[in-house]
Design a protein around this ligand. Structure first.
Ligand code: PEP
Ligand code: CO
Length: 431
């Protein structure tokens, strides 16, 4: 049977909610199906072109944002702070790397979360797990935890507003680029001539959106046929990715992603074998089109050296033009003082391992995928204003995984910038 946006329904689907009211669900799906696209197909194509540049070794992908967006914490200020932070980081990386930086936020659709257990039990009561605001509520009571399709409409409205805000901030930032670049240069202590070279690249401020394509009811409803390209496109965001828990080769999520023309990310965790990776690449990118597939390694600082070399070698030997990037967050989650947290040192160590392994395997180290916020949270440990275990309760606000705060994100960007400069000019950093 040829691909259709609903074919995933015939495949085994992990991580999807059970909606009790089928007619309420169908009503929401049909409303979404008649809503205008959230992102335009020309913009998605533009992202694919830029990712193709990265796949060719001439650009670097900076992808980051909240683990999960929330309804309660939404506001223009929150969007603005993460936008500004990504811009700062992008300016630091583009002043240090071999080409331009493609900036893709985890935003305007990043609402659904995979969970390790379907239910949660407290005080003898068992309820469905919280799966993100697009599915159910976090409060531990039966009404909040019941999956509610109406939440898809709310997520969709919030995504529309977010996209409008991003566009407005993009226009404002264009006028402010010189200052942003100056401050990035100051942060890195880079000489002016390096900046001049970077300015010639003349990147307009363009922030693309991305999220995990987890809730396939929502994704299907927003899938649109384009006459000109004669392709199906996901219009819920520019780039979608497949999570580490939903990348089963014959599963629903891989099937859905295989049929849309957007750039697709694939999380590659420790359980992925080289054979399975090659099979997934064949399913998701049979035409081997640069900019189509982004591989996102996520192993943990101590595991990367065990798993990544074989995967990179396999893609290189197969001639795949997929872009290799690293998510140094999800393999580095630990518990400290009763909180889920991550050490900045581990995150940096996985970054460094990624660059080293890519170099020895002859693969372009093409990007980074981060969980971060512009807000002043205390969720990850370490950094130049060091946070320690005792600080965690102060502003631990995440609904899901621990995020880098602004200082930690800039610290990390400075480290990555250093790693990039060292590779460009190995001799001047040898001492
Ligand atoms: C995520 O990126 O938020 C996530 C759940 O990642 P992974 O699928 O790699 O665990
Ligand atoms: Co996460």
């Amino acid at each position: 049977m040829s691909w259709t946006p609903s074919r995933w329904r015939q495949r085994p689907a992990a991580q999807l909610p059970d909606y009790a009211d089928a007619s309420a669900l169908a009503q929401v799906e049909s409303r979404l199906a008649s809503a205008p696209a959230l992102v335009g197909i020309a913009e998605i194509g533009e992202l694919r072109d830029r990712l193709a540049e990265a796949a060719g070794g001439h650009a670097f992908l900076l992808q980051g944002g909240d683990c999960a967006e929330s309804f309660a914490e939404f506001g223009a200020n929150k969007v603005r702070t993460v936008f500004n932070l990504l811009l700062q980081m992008a300016a630091m990386l583009s002043a240090s790397g071999p080409g331009r930086v493609v900036t893709v936020a985890r935003i305007a659709g990043q609402f659904a979360k995979p969970r390790s257990a379907a239910t949660e039990t407290a005080d003898g009561v068992t309820l469905p797990s919280y799966r993100g605001d697009i599915i159910n509520g976090a409060a531990f009571d039966p009404v909040s935890r019941a999956p509610d399709p109406e939440r898809m409409l709310r997520a969709h409205r919030q995504s529309r507003v977010t996209l409008d805000l991003l566009q407005a901030y993009g226009a404002a930032a264009y006028a402010d680029l010189a200052r942003i670049r100056r401050s990035a240069r100051e942060r890195l202590g880079i000489a002016a001539e390096r900046l001049a070279a970077e300015e010639e690249i003349g990147t307009p401020v363009r922030l693309f959106t991305s999220h995990e394509a987890l809730l396939l009811h929502y994704e299907q409803a927003l899938t649109r046929w384009d006459e000109e390209s004669e392709r199906w496109w996901a219009t819920s965001g520019h780039m979608l990715w497949i999570g580490d828990r939903t990348r089963q080769i014959d599963g629903a999520h891989v099937d859905y992603a295989s049929g849309v023309a957007n750039p697709i990310g694939l999380k590659c965790g420790p359980s992925l074998t080289a054979d399975n990776l090659l099979r997934l690449i064949e399913r998701l990118d049979p035409g081997n089109i640069p900019g189509r597939l982004v591989l996102i390694g996520r192993f943990g600082a101590r595991q990367a050296a065990r798993h990544l070399p074989a995967l990179m070698r396999a893609t290189r030997e197969a001639g795949s033009r997929a872009l290799w990037t690293i998510d140094p967050m999800h393999g580095n989650t630990v518990t400290a003082g009763g909180f889920k947290t991550r050490f900045l040192g581990d995150i940096i160590a996985e970054m460094a391992a990624f660059f080293d392994i890519a170099d020895s395997e002859g693969v372009h180290a093409g990007g980074v995928h981060l969980e971060m916020t512009g807000d002043d949270v205390t969720e990850c440990l370490g950094g130049s204003l060091p946070l320690s275990e005792a600080d965690l309760p102060r502003r631990y606000l995440t609904h899901c995984d621990p995020r880098l705060n602004e200082t930690q994100a800039l610290d990390l960007a400075a480290e990555v910038a250093r790693m990039m400069r060292r590779r460009l000019q190995p001799e001047s950093h040898a001492a």
